[in-house]
Design a binder for this molecule. Sequence first.
Ligand code: SF4
Ligand code: SF4
Ligand code: SF4
Length: 513
Amino acid sequence: MALPIRELPVIDLPRRLREPHRGGAAEHFGPTDPHIDISRLPLLRRALKSRAFQFFLILPNQMIFWLVIVTGLFGALLPTHNFSTVITWYIWFCAVFLLMVGVGRGWCAMCPFGGLAEWVQRRTLWRRHPVSIGLGLRWPRALGRWAILPSVAMFLVLTWFEEFLNIAGPGDPRFTSFLVLSVIGVALITFLLFERRTFCRYLCPLTALIGTVGATGMVAGFRTRDRELCLTCPTKDCMRGSEHGYPCPWYEWPGSATSNLMCGLCTECLKNCPYDNVGLFVQPPLTSVIAPVRRRSDIAWAVTILFGLVLFQQVNALPAYGAVDDWLNQATHFPGYPNPIDFVGTIAVASLLFAVVVWGLRRVFADASLTSDARSPRGSGSFNRWFTAFGYGLIPLMGADYLARQLPRFLLHAPRIVAAISDPFAFGWNLFGTAHSPLYDVHLASGQGLVTSQLIVTGLGTLAAAYATWRIAGRDLGPLTSHAAGLRVASALVVVAFGVGVGALYVTMGGAE
Ligand code: SF4
Ligand code: SF4
Ligand code: SF4
């Protein structure tokens, strides 16, 4: 599909088309606008403007992931030594969560899955090529209504297979390679069928998790410096593309973004904007959780379901779980762990429990006289609005829970990477002289230390979630109740109760991997 290259009179464009009127758009966007634009640093701006910038971010990860695939497929079946399993399950998964919490979609900016598929789709590594390949279809409107939920479904399916085949155990390294290859394959097919980064926006198994957990991060993404200028901008090159760059691959408009949820940090808008009106902004932690003026119910459901999934991964480490799973497998003639009934059932019960708690809070605090349209499903006092607000508040706890669940493998085994680098296929090589490093047996923490680290992480997540919920309840739901202070306190206490439950599970698990 040909992408027309337009000649733009960049220099002749008027700087301002009309005077800003601060009572309108500025007032609407004001509370969510971050103010620290790190792209004003000359060196960083030059790097971000370079077309090769993202390529050089992706390249090292691309090389590592192909090494993962090759060593997993052809190396020895020694999961604790093979580079494929050591780097993926002892280091990468934990590192990606740390990146989410700190930088939002930082991983997406350097991701080899989307990166490779985009290179193929664009027929170029970094230049602005006029012609893309593929059908360039639009994502069906009927599926678009489900927004980010297909990604959640993909993550559930992938996690179930991962548990069933014990891939992250770690188990047979070949399964790790197949997993990575399957994600790359689905990404490639989707990039060739649909336009831009449809895969990243709707289908990638990680996109819901990265987008939601990343909302706690300090990188606000690429935003406009002056939103009023965007409202009157005649070109909208950030969205449409220009000779300097591609249209926003994530279908975002920096002029209306109020969170970092869907900014893939690809820098195309910064390259495109003829007014130099785009910057890379940073913000205080939790801003994209608390501040958005437009909340999405699909995000709330995604957070709730993902929270249910990580609770399942805690529950399945309890001694009693094995007996239940075995009993279900016998009753349903299912060949192994985890039985789909208890897998889906645990997630459903956790999600429903959260929904019931929100329903109860609404019953107690919603004031019918303040919510004339309370019975309307779309009304300002509807369950949907309450559920969505609380779903956002749960994000820090959900993210912290995932990070805590990854900690045992990281803290117990991450140093093994030193040996694996020298002997990536586990054939007995010693390429860099570190194959027999004593670091192989070093644990960064163990026993009670693991539990303590998990409690610290989930404790911080609980405090952050309680604070976010307290703020969101006051701002979003306060006008719907005559007991705003009571609602804030009750909401924060509910989150603390969830956090205490999560912490209690980690204590019971005793640092299990
Ligand atoms: S959404 Fe998925 S495939 Fe796309 S860049 Fe992010 S992690 Fe990679
Ligand atoms: S960011 Fe987009 S809409 Fe705003 S001025 Fe630049 S090109 Fe125009
Ligand atoms: S082009 Fe879109 S995804 Fe890329 S940095 Fe700009 S807003 Fe973010």
